[in-house]
Each structure stands twice: as C-alpha cells, then as structure tokens.
Ligand binder design. Structure first.
Ligand SMILES: CC(C)(COP(=O)(O)OP(=O)(O)OC[C@H]1O[C@@H](n2cnc3c(N)ncnc32)[C@H](O)[C@@H]1OP(=O)(O)O)[C@@H](O)C(=O)NCCC(=O)NCCS
Length: 155
C-alpha cells in the first residue's frame, strides 16, 4: 500500500484502535486482553511510551508503540497490530520498521524486547528477534507467550 502515513496516536483514535484489536480476536488476541489494551491506550504518548498509528484514506488501519525503560537500556514493542482485513500487505513491516527507527534514535536503548504469540513469533524472527522464553498458554488457553529480544546495533 503506498498511501499509508504514520503519525502519533491521538485520543480520537481510541475506537479505531480497539476495532483493530477486535478484528484480531480470537486468532491473535484473547478477548480477555481487551481491557488491558484499553488501559494501555489511556497511558500512551508519555515520553517513555510513544504510540503510532498508520492511516490510509483517512482510516486508522494499524497501530503499535514502544515502552522504554532507559534504566535497563531497553524498550519493549507494545501492542502492535494491523487490521485483520489488511494483513499481508506490508503494513506490519512498516509499523515494525517505524518502531525500530524510534528505538534506534534513542542512544539510551541497547535492546528491544517483545512478548508475542506462537502465531506471530515467525514475523518478528524476520527482523532478527530471538526467543528468550516460551510460556505455554501464557496469554490465554491455546495462546502461548513468546518473549523475544533484539540487540540494537548502531547501523
Ligand atoms: C504480525 C502482524 C503485525 C504482521 O503484519 P502484516 O501486515 O500481515 O505483515 P507483512 O505484510 O508486513 O509481512 C511481512 C512478512 O512477514 C511474513 N509474516 C506475516 N505475518 C506472519 C506471521 N504471523 N508469521 C510469520 N511470518 C509472517 C509475511 O509472509 C511477509 O513475508 P515476505 O516478506 O517473505 O513476504 C499481523 O499479523 C498482526 O497484526 N497480527 C495481530 C496482532 C499481533 O498478534 N501482534 C503481535 C504483537 S502484540
């Protein structure tokens, strides 16, 4: 898709981001994670947690952010998702690259972390993330938790 722009999340994007979450239930997210995502959206765009949306033709179709922990020299990829109707069109790649660029721009961040499921760990392996821990049913019954990390290089 070539008409997609990235911008910081705004409070008016709340419903659109929840709709993106809902489009990915139950294959990628468990319904019980919804409340946690709502709470997270209420906290984003503080200095330590930038959150981005991808917009096409006036609609928000993907979202995702970072939670930085500079005392640990780490940032976590947080709540990254593409509307189910738009999977497989390169948006997840754009979203991940935008978040990697944000992290790389911060000299206090040396490592990225994320927690994802067995269904998307292959996607993040494509960016060089490696698994540090697997927790069966870690998110919900049938939805395992894969903790992954990526050391950042200065390149
Ligand atoms: C994971 C996700 C972001 C991928 O987004 P996407 O827009 O479909 O991915 P892209 O079109 O950019 O795919 C890029 C490449 O990754 C591959 N890929 C996409 N999804 C994949 C997956 N789930 N597992 C393994 N590889 C995957 C594609 O085949 C493509 O490979 P190619 O370049 O060789 O053709 C999307 O599936 C999603 O939003 N899932 C629901 C939310 C979620 O589970 N997020 C996890 C973190 S909380």
């Amino acid at each position: 898709m070539n008409d997609v722009v990235s911008r910081p999340y705004m409070a008016d994007d709340f419903s659109a981001c929840l709709a993106i979450f809902d489009s990915n239930v139950p294959s990628f997210f468990a319904p019980e994670e919804r409340a946690e995502f709502c709470q997270f959206l209420g906290s984003v765009n503080a200095e330590d947690r930038p959150y981005l949306v991808l917009v096409s033709k006036g609609s928000v179709i993907a979202c995702g952010g970072l939670v930085t922990e500079t005392e640990k020299r780490q940032a976590g990829l947080a709540w990254g998702m593409v509307d189910r109707a738009f999977h497989g069109q390169g948006l997840g790649t754009s979203l991940t690259q935008a978040r990697l660029a944000l992290a790389r721009a911060d000299p206090d961040i040396a490592e990225l972390t994320l927690a994802t499921s067995q269904h998307t760990r292959g996607f993040y392996e494509g960016f060089g993330f490696t698994v540090s821990k697997v927790t069966p049913d870690g998110f919900a019954a049938g939805l395992d938790r894969w903790d992954m990390t990526l050391r950042l290089t200065s390149a």
